[in-house]
Ligand binder design. Structure first.
Ligand SMILES: Cc1ncc(COP(=O)(O)O)c(C=O)c1O
Length: 459
């Protein structure tokens, strides 16, 4: 038996990647204002910016693309997708959207009023921004273990249910239009949420008449973690686990660019018919007619097929083990990462990697730049640039507890040799970490700062 599950696929199409010289990278980084979102993809050697929309589609999905029915209304691919989503989630209604944040935008447009709060284990940045854009308050209630980067617990994505109940009593259920859980918890290290916590979160919210939605983009990885880590589910098929997860919720937002293995697409699903009617109105204004919702028929077909492939247990076993491989190799080299490994990514623990750089000097962003300079690797900061904010009362900057650099692994794209290269670059950088200096802002937009901010190195 191989130590790690062998890729359950072989490669039929390849895309060349080109290493660059250090001199080239120095120039590109300076031109990009030290923001890796502004670097051209062809100037990146190993691109771990995101696992979103970067999957390699299968021959079956590409075959589905050729069966796209591009009718404006009622295309056959919509019905294939509807059947698939109902079989997996059990929700009564759904609309396609062009990606996850579009589903969030439409859901919050129909539910959140100014001044209301939306609790979650941890909102992802687009979820947080979409709540803020409606004048709402996104509130994170991750259990304390989720904030400790070293403690080994099976479900570090769990929400603190007692905190949630106290918050509802304090705030008043009428001021909470919905509650959410992000599965897995991307902003907190890709850590899974336990079945017990999904159930308990649903129970508390429902006791106060508050609808419960899952941010489900990595629901299949979460379901497989439940199979691996909760003995009660060790022999349960992953589809059944997924169905049970959805059964405690009233709906979900989905970025299909993750566990549905497509390059574009998403959906919003729900049980409430009245909400669905309002969602359709909003969808027609913003995305498109409800049987295509901002996508082509071919995209709907690729999503329907990808949803099933993303639930394949041999694929999921390989997927989680592939990520685990990178984590184990980094740990062998003594490199600090958030433990245990997440499903879709390994997160460098920046507070331990660069302890000499305070959060005011943006150590996470600094480390993303250093990785690019050292080896042409592109990761993403999930720390002070993404989440620090100014306290409205004191005017002081509040920094996030976790300062991370996420190395997200695109699905079915990179081999073990690519990951070995990443480890070598991280090791070389870790050896000279004390030479690394921080950054400061040259430009910082108000919302979703990390995408377009520009920086310069501190003297
Ligand atoms: C947890 C989570 N929610 C929502 C989104 C938004 O999805 P999209 O990029 O498709 O808009 C993402 C994307 O990375 C995510 O990780």
């Amino acid at each position: 038996m191989a130590k790690f599950p062998v890729e359950p696929f072989k490669i039929k199409v390849v895309e060349p990647i080109r290493p660059t010289t250090r001199a080239e990278r120095v120039e590109k980084l300076s031109q990009a204002g030290y923001n890796l979102f502004a670097i051209r993809a062809e100037d990146v050697y190993i691109d771990l910016l995101t696992d979103s929309g970067t999957s390699a589609m299968s021959d079956n999905q590409w075959a589905g693309i050729m069966l796209g029915d591009e009718a404006y209304a009622g295309c056959r691919n919509f019905f294939n997708l509807e059947e698939t989503i109902q079989a997996i989630t059990g929700f009564n209604y759904f609309v396609p959207t062009h990606q996850g944040r579009a589903a969030e935008n439409i859901l919050f447009a129909c539910t959140v009023s100014a001044g209301q709060s939306v609790p979650s284990n941890m909102h992802f940045d687009t979820t947080q921004a979409n709540v803020l854009a409606r004048g709402g308050h996104p509130v994170n209630m991750i259990a304390d273990v989720g904030l400790d980067p070293q403690i080994h617990k099976p479900f570090k994505g769990d929400l603190d249910v007692e905190k949630l109940e106290a918050f509802i009593q304090e705030t008043g259920p009428e001021n909470i239009p919905l509650g959410m859980l992000t599965v897995t918890n991307n902003s907190g290290g890709g850590q899974p949420v336990s079945m017990a916590n999904i159930r308990a979160t649903g129970e508390v919210l429902h006791r106060y008449g508050i609808p419960f939605f899952l941010d489900a983009c990595r629901y299949a990885e979460n379901a497989y973690f439940i199979k691996l880590r909760d003995p009660d589910y060790a022999n349960t098929p992953v589809l059944e686990i997924a169905r049970e997860m959805f059964s405690y919720a009233d709906g979900c937002t989905m970025s299909a660019k993750k566990d549905a293995l497509v390059n574009i697409g998403g959906f919003l699903a729900m049980n409430d018919e009245e909400l669905y009617q309002r969602v359709c109105q909003e969808l027609i204004v913003r995305e498109g007619f409800p049987t295509y919702g901002g996508l082509a028929g071919r995209d709907l077909e690729a999503m329907a097929r990808g949803l099933w492939e993303g639930l394949d247990e041999r694929y999921l076993a390989y997927r989680l083990a592939h990520t685990q491989y990178l984590a184990d190799r980094l740990l062998e080299e003594g490199i600090p990462i958030l433990e245990p490994a997440g499903g879709h990514a390994v997160y460098l623990d920046v507070k331990r990697f660069l302890p000499h750089i305070p959060q005011s000097e943006l150590p996470g962003q600094t480390l993303t730049c250093a990785l690019y300079l050292e080896g042409g690797i592109r990761g993403v900061e999930i720390g002070s640039v993404m989440f620090a904010y100014e306290d409205p009362e004191s005017g002081e900057t509040v920094y996030p507890d976790l300062e991370l650099v996420r190395l997200a692994i695109p699905r079915r794209v990179y081999t073990q040799a690519h990951l070995d290269y990443v480890v070598e670059v991280c090791r070389a950088l870790y050896e000279k970490r004390e030479e690394i200096r921080g950054l400061r802002y040259v430009f910082a937009p108000r919302l979703l700062r990390h995408f377009t901010a520009r920086f310069e190195p501190l003297p």
